[in-house]
Design a protein around this ligand. Sequence first.
Ligand SMILES: [Zn+2]
Ligand SMILES: [Zn+2]
Length: 134
Amino acid sequence: MNAPASMIRLTTQRQIILEELSKVTSHPTASELYDMVRKRLPRIGLGTVYRNLELMAESGMILKIEVGGTQKRFDATTDEHYHIRCSVCGRVDDIDVPVVKELVAQAKESSAYMIQGHHVEFTGICSDCQKKQH
Ligand SMILES: [Zn+2]
Ligand SMILES: [Zn+2]
């Protein structure tokens, strides 16, 4: 099994982590994923799950998102998309609005940086938390 240098091997552990991550849209943290993966791999440790997630994110297999200064969360959807975070319970969902490519073009014009991407995070109150407030 020889993979290109930038790719990582899809070990059984990684395959299961990827499968579990793909099942949910909740952008779980490493410890939430650990609880999911542990049901199928009872002997796996949190550190192993964490290291695999970091490697998988580095190789582009999954997304690592850092929102609102909270714990890192992971996402099996690697297409560019935006997130919305509930300011009450902290849940993170995808938000279906078009990605604004022009922003990157404008940023390139107004900055000497080599722009690699951009990151938009919406904040709000999710429907569950809205219900609890009434
Ligand atoms: Zn909420
Ligand atoms: Zn997402």
